[in-house]
Design a protein around this ligand. Sequence first.
Ligand code: GDP
Ligand code: ZN
Length: 446
Amino acid sequence: MADTDTIAAIASAPGAAGIGVVRVSGPRVPAIAQALLGRPPRPRHAHLAAFHADDGALIDRGLLLHFPAPHSYTGEHVLELQGHGSAVLLDLLLRRVCALGARLARPGEFTERAFLNGKMDLAQAEAVADLVAARSEAGARAALRSLDGVFSRRVHALLDALVALRVHVEAAIDFPDEEIDFLADPAIAARLDALRAQLAGLLAEARRGVRLTDGLKVAIVGRPNAGKSSLLNALAQSERAIVTPVAGTTRDVLRETVSLDGVVLELADTAGLRHTEDEIEREGVRRARGELTRADLALLVTEAADAQADLALLDGLPASVARLVLVNKIDLDGAAPRQEQHAGVPWLWASARTGAGLDALRERLRHLAGAGSGEGAFSARRRHVLALERVQAHLAHAAAALASTRAGELAAEDLRQAQHALGEITGSYTSDDLLGAIFGSFCIGK
Ligand code: GDP
Ligand code: ZN
């Protein structure tokens, strides 16, 4: 640790506030603390101190706290200086700390050190950023659970089971005479099946965790004039989208972020999907298609007479995209709102104009966004889901290799790669690029 820099940053939000905090971490902290206090600080004790500049001028009076290594956020010596929440004073205090031997911290560098010193794994470190950035209550609660290790423990349990199975398969390979018998053992297939079931559960929860963190991405599609913009407006309760009776006006993708009782929806109103010779409109249609394949939910807005024909707009979507049909304008024929299920797709009858049936839609959207998803819901990132999907593919390969050809070597290699992919989530296998990308997106002082 002796060759580690001591880093410092203003850890509180910029601007005037009741208090502001300068945080320092690294081996020079004890010396810096003593210089500021005039004597060695007591561990984890709040000292009232007068902070002086290099020339002896008083900067501020505030609290000084020393958390000795390794019992601190970063695992290093940490110093927290709490002063008045003035940008000018905090800047002077930060400069004083740097004059005493610290350097300015990069974004996320405190948490990066916590990770590198084994205070938390990578998924927990990411949860720190997600907690700070949370835009909804459900998102914040989920991030806190991931920070507490709820997600990481699930990954570790999977890793343990995977490693045990690997040991078994590799042992079989080492005894070629008995390999076939070994690998034909139904217990091995059963363990692999159990592992795949466990993974499927975790993957589903991780996907929900991404929606809780990032918000539910909803692509609203439908032919021009179906009422997409009106619906977006009704959901957003604003006039942001242009509502007009002229077909084909919404050519670009309009976006709106909507908070619905503690969850976040990222709504995108796409251009009407239809075949067209108009260049600009064709571009809009192309974008709408892209929007759809990236969405969590494709929401088809249609009218009763067009509904069956418009279903084709939902054709060919990836399995990861949920689908919902909204039969709009029921006020025109005086129908009552209702819900049905057709071929696994929920249908809702509603009116964007009168608002009838929209409560049922909101409730479904909230549910899809992960609301009320139980006490255990944790936050996750796309990166985690992609890694889990790779694990899933490798386990499927391994199962096929064992079942069809008893190809122990192939199975072992897939299990090895599955383990590697799981390790990327917790950070036991990472590249500097990945760490740079993750911690570089943190705010300064975190
Ligand atoms: P978009 O092209 O799909 O975005 O459709 P708009 O939201 O621009 O709506 C097209 C027309 O249908 C406008 O005149 C809206 O006022 C009207 N409209 C939208 N929703 C309803 C509804 O529920 N009932 C009735 N009667 N008209 C609606
Ligand atoms: Zn529109």
